[in-house]
Design a protein around this ligand. Structure first.
Ligand code: COA
Ligand code: MG
Length: 286
């Protein structure tokens, strides 16, 4: 299993970096990235693509320039090349990090959420009521502190999204059908928690593992299904230690990359003047 993270909020690309990164991804993805209004979203999407390319180049015997990625009807990226072996992968971006999880066996989904502080938490929970089961709400409300309640909320959210993303079904799946139960009440930094289980429509899905992480104020969950893998793959995986996410630097992302096309001046010209993120308008009391 590969688990990589990249802090895209801390990345202030230079012209040559951004231009080179743009050359290392497919044309349609570069065009998509141009359309983002804010730098943070463009950088997140770029990091996601570079993470995918790196994982494929590292794990499968395909020269970087020949990697061809497609998207399913629901938008999940996949490898188009027909090669020996396979790699299941998924990326997510939120807060400060883009993350990737990949495995040579089974299917995989990943989700990251920053533990953002919110105002009017009860109102927020009210609007989200129907996405969670009664038992999940009682887990959220176990603590009397709003901060802890929000952390549990984000944790459950990531669990649901990681599963939905592994299936690749996207928007429309009724996540209230998913009912997660914790055996470990709170996630700890640098500890991978794997004892949370899932029931779908009341049926326990024992072939799924949920690897939960908390890192630098973010929650990250990897959902992994190994039902359809061979015994030898399972044996290898069951004997492994659950590792934490490794934070990569830009150099790690691009060191094995090669350009797929000529430089596109417009790619920098469009990116450079953009704002990093929306301005947050706060009401000031007069
Ligand atoms: N399945 C799996 N992965 C997908 C996907 C799909 N259908 N569609 C896109 N992705 C991948 C892409 O790599 C994408 O990166 P890109 O936008 O740069 O191309 C990445 O996942 C986005 O993941 P993330 O950053 O976690 O985005 P998100 O959390 O906003 O969206 C989706 C996740 C794509 C599955 C979302 O569209 C969705 O449908 N979510 C479920 C909605 C829901 O009800 N959630 C409630 C949870 S309580
Ligand atoms: Mg997400």
């Amino acid at each position: 299993m590969i688990k990589w993270a990249f802090n895209f909020r801390a990345w202030q690309p230079t012209r040559s970096e951004w231009m080179f990164c743009g050359q290392c991804i497919q044309n349609e993805e570069r065009e998509r990235i141009k359309r983002f209004v804010f730098k943070k979203d463009a950088k997140a999407a770029m990091a996601g693509r570079l993470l995918i390319h790196k994982a494929i180049a590292d794990c499968l015997d395909i020269p970087y320039k020949e990697i061809k990625l497609g998207r399913t009807e629901k938008g999940k990226p996949y490898l188009v090349n027909k090669v020996q072996g396979s790699l299941s992968f998924n990326v997510s971006h939120n807060g400060d990090y883009a993350v990737l999880a990949a495995s040579k066996s089974g299917i995989i989904g990943v989700d990251v959420m920053k533990y953002e502080v919110r105002t009017s938490v009860p109102q927020f929970f009210h609007t989200m009521r129907r996405q969670f089961t009664e038992s999940e709400w009682s887990q959220i409300q176990k603590s009397t502190e709003e901060r802890e309640q929000l952390k549990t909320f984000y944790r459950l959210w990531c669990l649901k999204e990681s599963y939905v993303k592994a299936l690749g079904v996207g928007i429309g799946f009724e996540v209230s059908r998913l009912d997660f139960t914790f055996n470990t009440e709170y996630l700890e930094e640098n500890v991978v928690t794997t004892d949370t289980f899932l029931k779908v429509d009341g049926v326990h899905l024992s072939e799924w593992t949920f690897e939960e992480h908390t890192m630098d104020n973010h929650c990250i969950v990897v959902a992994h299904n190994q039902q359809n893998t061979t015994m030898s793959d399972c044996d290898k995986e069951s004997g492994r230690k659950f590792e934490h996410f490794k934070v990569l630097q830009l150099n790690d992302l691009v060191q094995c990359a090669s350009s797929l096309c000529d430089p596109d001046e417009e790619f920098w010209e469009q990116f450079d003047p953009k704002d990093e993120a929306p301005q947050i308008h706060r009401k000031t009391s007069s």
